[in-house]
Design a protein around this ligand. Structure first.
Ligand code: HEC
Ligand code: HEC
Length: 267
């Protein structure tokens, strides 16, 4: 645990107000709780060991997916609905291939968050796919949208970028790929509702700074690089205030004409 913390803390101090400033600020504020949760999980042994313990205690072996993903629920909620921690994302209802890609990305170090990297390290593709399928099929209600403390003009800028983009800076509308209701598109584009603004700005910041990667061509890196820090704040703030649509299912594959090619979303 101490090692994990030590490798992260100094790099945060050095960053100052760089593109990953937000990413870093959120991370250091939130690091203790996640690591504590991880310590509890690793002492319980996430999957195999906790089951073995249950058996030795003469309890019935629970081999359901719900039992297997118990180690995930402290941070992601029992049904993947997320928690009130600003940095822990909702998983429920996101397309299976999106979740599967992310679990692989954590395992391969394309996304960096030590508890997630650790948890995915020893899991096979097949197991990761089962977990992804499980969470993609969960349909817990969405949280109430956040009330933002950003100014009206910042929120208006965010709305403008999400729905229409900014042609003067070659920024495509987020809705062009994430859908006009922001519910994502099958098989691998996630929805953007039900996420905290700190989580969204940290992710876009990570793409900008190159600590989060997706399959090439990495369209999100391209787009994040065209956004200023203020744009990222605006977009994240506006998105977090949006009510989830009544029918929050991802659009069918190929139903949106994407303005850029994305390696993780086959056309
Ligand atoms: C200690 C808290 C913690 C635990 C335990 C945890 N996660 Fe995570 N998870 C996170 C955080 C924080 C992120 C976002 C990390 C980042 O990219 O910066 C994340 C990201 C993810 C993502 C990507 C979500 C997205 O929208 O891109 C998936 C999928 C995921 N976790 C699945 C799991 C699964 C499955 C388990 C159990 C095996 C698990 N997590 C356990 C904290 C946790
Ligand atoms: C050309 C299509 C495209 C456009 C336009 C686009 N995205 Fe994305 N976005 C993607 C894809 C594909 C992914 C999944 C990448 C991966 O596999 O990690 C994604 C993922 C994301 C995620 C990760 C969500 C999570 O749960 O971690 C965020 C946040 C995001 N996009 C925000 C935005 C914002 C904000 C905009 C507008 C400024 C935008 N996107 C525009 C294709 C697009």
């Amino acid at each position: 645990m101490a090692v994990v913390f030590a490798t992260f803390a100094p790099s945060c101090k050095k960053l100052g107000r760089s593109p990953s400033f937000m990413e870093c600020r959120v991370f250091s504020r939130r690091i203790f709780r996640p690591l504590l949760a991880l310590a509890l999980i690793s002492s319980a042994g996430v999957f195999g060991a906790s089951q073995a313990q249950a058996q030795t205690a003469n309890q019935p072996a629970t081999d359901s997916m719900a039992a297997r993903v118990q180690g995930c629920t402290a941070c992601h909620g029992v049904h993947g609905e997320g928690t009130d921690n600003d940095y822990f994302p909702r998983l429920a209802g996101k397309p299976t291939d999106y979740l599967y890609n992310q679990l692989q990305n954590f395992r391969e170090g394309w996304r960096k968050y030590p508890p997630m990297n650790y948890l995915a390290t020893y899991l096979s593709d097949e197991y990761l796919h089962q977990i992804a399928t499980y969470f993609s099929e969960q349909r817990p209600p969405y949280p109430q949208p956040a009330k933002s403390n950003q100014s009206a003009s910042t929120l208006a800028r965010g709305q403008q970028i999400v729905l229409n983009g900014d042609p003067s800076k070659n920024i495509p509308a987020c809705a062009a790929c994430h859908g006009k209701d922001l519910t994502g598109m099958q098989p691998a584009i996630p929805d953007l509702v039900g996420l905290h603004s700190d989580y969204i700005s940290a992710q876009v910041g990570a793409w900008k700074s190159g600590t989060r990667h997706a399959k090439a061509p990495d369209c999100m890196h391209e787009i994040a690089s065209r956004l200023t820090d203020d744009d990222v704040t605006a977009v994240a703030a506006w998105l977090s205030t949006q009510q989830a649509p009544a029918n929050p299912v991802p659009a069918p594959a190929g139903s949106l004409k994407m303005p850029l090619t994305c390696g993780s979303e086959p056309q």
